[in-house]
Design a protein. Structure first.
Length: 53
């Protein structure tokens, strides 16, 4: 998946937040878009933090 800093909220169909674990040391935020594609969002980006809250 490509990591992006932000996606317009209206394009997001669902959002998965996966905490750090043995497979990855960072929090992962995966957005499923309305067009069926998935994108990995940068959890440090201000816009992503706003969406997650």
């Amino acid at each position: 998946l490509q990591t992006v800093a932000g996606i317009h909220f209206k394009n997001i169909q669902s959002l998965k937040v996966m905490p750090p674990g043995p497979h990855c040391t960072q929090t992962e935020v995966i957005a499923t878009l309305k067009n069926g594609r998935e994108a990995c969002l940068d959890p440090e980006a201000p816009m992503v933090q706003k969406i997650v809250q």
